[in-house]
Design a protein around this ligand. Structure first.
Ligand SMILES: Cc1ncc(COP(=O)(O)O)c(C=O)c1O
Length: 491
């Protein structure tokens, strides 16, 4: 594993991969012929037409190379090529030698504005560092960051270095609107975006200015996000999570807002089911309420079926938030809110008359990385790197009969253990130099403890490449020490 990770020429691989594109392709549950290929080809063509028609793929956008889209959607390269040719023939796309395939001028439909109504670490120096919430620091795109810095410094007008608008820099809002729409399916334009320094700060801002007295939250979530909300004087009420995600029917009557992690519930990793996605949007519309979608690692998905954003179903009632803390680095402090249009001024002006905290210069640099494709390449390179780590971890645990959970996306996995063993594993883990967390750490204080579902939550992005294999071996040994006990109890 180590040698694989170390020897891979990531830069070269990433250069070949092109841009990221989220498409609403229905999952394919068929196991083979007859007609499977034709159905998938038809579905891909439909998804591309829809993305162009509703403005997520504006005129001039470059489509990913056949090879990369084929890998993403699980089709043969030739099939993707046929679909592109079909859409060229229909006038949706144009193909030019040397500049790839692009969306044709005039192919755009009504667009997003029309679609939207009215517009534990247990030790200071862990030997086996599976701390959560961090990408691998060695992946920071230093060269691209320096290149973008040079370009920005050469081109930015002097007034770029004056005080910033509380909404954040316009070049980054423009770049993000295009990127989020293309890569995650978000329905937005730059005017709906307010930049912040973190999802945590975004929640605090919303809590002080937008939420009412109480908000429903998933029974398990980041404690410091709940604290940020409560600092703004909104109380949080837990709703249960099952295999289809948060139980929407359990939102209390008096509550008019709910915070969800729909693409990849944090920390259990389940995705909110399509029926519940529709239900929560209906709930918000019927109650005059709001849904906050924390899309914290939506870009780091590893398995084929895409999980698009909830915001696309209800841009009038869903607030979408995300940051680069997982995709690049938490050291940058760049995050965003995509707001229903009627909330933009309230949130922006709540920050004050000028940007209070964020570095506008860093925002310009990120905008340049997005515009030049460097951010896409970085995300794709990171995804491949973490996917290998995820595969290695799950295979090592599977070999001992343990099935890790929550691993379709993101930077952490849940290793199921008996809840009664959690604290013993934490203590022993600390003694052996591990950093990781127990599932119970994330439980809302008012949520009932689960009878049977305990877990150890491990951040597999964090260990260094040179120690990863050994760290995983040590983790498998540690958890293995508790397996016989679980089996004995179950018998
Ligand atoms: C559930 C969840 N949401 C959001 C984030 C991003 O946090 P922030 O932008 O506040 O650094 C993280 C990062 O760990 C997370 O785990």
């Amino acid at each position: 594993m180590d040698s694989q990770v170390n020897s891979d020429p990531w830069e070269k691989v990433a250069q070949r991969l092109g841009s990221d594109l989220h498409l609403d392709l229905p999952p394919d549950h068929s196991t083979g012929p007859p007609g499977r290929g034709a159905r998938r080809r038809h579905a891909l063509a439909e998804a591309l037409r829809a993305a162009i028609a509703d403005g997520r793929l504006p005129a001039g956008s470059r489509l990913p190379p056949y090879r990369s889209l084929a890998a993403d959607v699980g089709l043969a390269r030739g099939t993707v090529a046929t679909v592109y040719q079909e859409l060229v023939a229909e006038g949706w796309l144009v193909a030019r030698q040397g500049s790839g395939t692009r969306v044709a001028d005039g192919a755009r439909g009504p667009g997003p504005a029309a679609a939207a109504p009215a517009s534990s670490s247990t030790s200071n120096t862990p030997v086996h560092n599976f701390a959560l919430g961090q990408p691998n620091s060695s992946l920071f795109p230093r060269t691209d960051w320096v290149a973008s810095t040079r370009r920005v410094m050469a081109a930015a007008p002097d007034d770029a270095f004056g005080p910033g608008h509380p909404r954040g820099s316009s070049p980054l809002r423009r770049a993000l609107a295009g990127y989020l729409s293309r890569a995650r399916g978000v329905r937005t334009d730059p005017d709906q975006i307010v930049l912040t320094t973190s999802v945590k700060y975004a929640l605090e801002l919303l809590s002080r200015n937008v939420f009412g007295e109480s908000i429903a939250v998933e029974s398990h979530g980041l404690p410091f996000h709940r604290q940020a909300i409560e600092r703004g004087a909104t109380t949080t009420t837990p709703i249960p999570i099952d295999t289809a995600g948060a139980v929407i029917d359990a939102i209390p009557d008096r509550t008019t807002a709910v915070l969800l992690t729909p693409s990849h519930q944090f920390p259990t990793g389940v995705a909110l089911s399509p029926a519940r996605r529709a239900a929560v949007v209906d709930w918000a519309r019927a109650r005059g309420g709001l849904v906050v979608e924390d899309d914290y690692d939506g870009e780091l998905r590893y398995d084929r079926d895409p999980v698009g954003v909830l915001q696309a179903l209800g841009p009038d009632v869903v607030i979408h938030t995300g940051s680069v803390s997982k995709s690049i680095s938490p050291a940058l402090r760049i995050a965003w809110l995509v707001l229903p249009p009627h909330l933009v001024d309230t949130v922006a002006w709540a920050k004050g008359i000028r940007e209070p905290d964020a570095s506008i210069v860093d925002q310009l640099i990120l905008a340049d990385m997005i515009e030049t494709g460097a951010y896409d390449r970085h995300v794709r390179r990171s995804r491949q790197y973490y996917r290998r780590r995820r595969d290695h971890l799950t295979a090592r645990f599977a070999a001992t009969g343990v099935e890790s959970h929550g691993i379709a996306a993101g930077l952490h996995a849940v290793i199921p253990v008996d809840p009664r063993d959690e604290s013993a594993i934490l203590t022993e883990g600390s003694r052996r130099g591990f950093a990781f967390a127990a599932l119970s750490l994330f439980r809302h204080p008012d949520a009932p403890p689960p009878d049977d579902a305990g877990g150890i939550v491990v951040g597999f992005g964090t260990p260094s490449a040179s120690t990863y294999s050994r760290d995983v071996d040590a983790l498998v040994d540690l958890i293995g020490d508790y397996l016989p006990k679980r089996r004995l109890r179950a018998e």
